[in-house]
Design a protein around this ligand. Structure first.
Ligand code: ATP
Length: 240
């Protein structure tokens, strides 16, 4: 459903990514793996339309996204959850969801249904009336993903969803990500430095090194791949 073809992008005269090629099917999860500064965020922002590529194509369900900015891509089904995404600190969990739902969903009864189903899916019932400023890091992460789902994305881009979370909260988020795929058929592209946690919940991963995808495949095949080991995993990395 999404194809990235010969993508080159960067900032002003700095090229960060060169000739990036990959595709992701409907309901598939893909991890972007790479060292600090490899260009994972840059790639997610190029797909969401927040960065314009220097060359190459991003095609979604047959449509070239080149001429479409972030808003149009959101309407087409691209949802981005940037690292450290802001929420309204003085609004409650419910009010945060409602504020975005009022912009995205015209039909009032569907809007309410959507908010309630997200509160239930993300187990936010007990904190629905708590101001976002007082939420824990894990609760905030759940809320920002719930907010991104208001627009019914077909593909969700998650930048470092597991950063600074405890083991059990990471497990909950992994289950949510797998459910997005299994129950809602949403494709997910995510990056994180918690490589084991990341590889445990995706179908495939792409290793980005020196601006290129140097290896791509299933998690188990990648940790045996010599290019992936040289670029990222090293010799002693094990999945569990
Ligand atoms: P990390 O894992 O540390 O978050 P990353 O793989 O997500 O890193 P990016 O944030 O995409 O990497 O950055 C890739 C390169 O682009 C880095 O060298 C960074 O310094 C550079 N870069 C990022 N944003 C800008 C910007 N706005 N202007 C200029 N250079 C930038």
């Amino acid at each position: 459903m999404l194809q990235v073809r010969d993508l080159c992008c960067g900032y002003r005269d700095i090229t960060v990514l060169r000739d990036i090629n990959f595709e992701i099917e409907e309901g598939e999860t893909l991890a972007l793996v790479g060292s600090n500064g490899a260009g994972k965020t840059t790639l997610l922002m190029s797909i969401s339309g927040h960065i314009s590529p220097n060359s190459g194509k991003i095609i979604m369900n047959g449509a070239d996204l080149a001429s479409k900015g972030p808003d149009k891509r959101c309407v087409l089904g691209v949802g981005l959850v940037p690292e450290g995404r802001r929420i309204f600190p003085d609004l409650t969990v419910f009010e945060n969801l409602k504020a975005i739902a009022e912009i995205k969903i015209d039909n009032r009864s569907y809007r309410e249904e959507k908010i309630n189903s997200l509160i239930s899916k993300f187990e936010l019932d007990s904190i629905r009336d708590i101001k976002a400023d007082f939420l824990s890091g894990g609760q905030k992460k759940k809320l920002v993903i719930a907010i991104a789902l208001i627009s019914d994305p077909k593909i969700l881009l998650l930048d470092e969803p597991f950063a600074a979370l405890d083991v059990m909260t990471i497990k909950t988020l992994q289950e949510i990500i797998v459910d997005l795929q299994r129950l809602n058929n949403i494709s997910v592209i995510l990056c994180d430095h918690q490589a084991r946690d990341l590889l445990a919940c995706v179908d495939t991963a792409a290793i980005i090194h020196n601006g290129k995808v140097v290896a791509q495949g299933t998690p188990t095949s990648l940790i045996q791949n010599i290019d992936a080991r040289n670029a990222y995993f090293g010799d002693s990395f094990k999945i569990s």
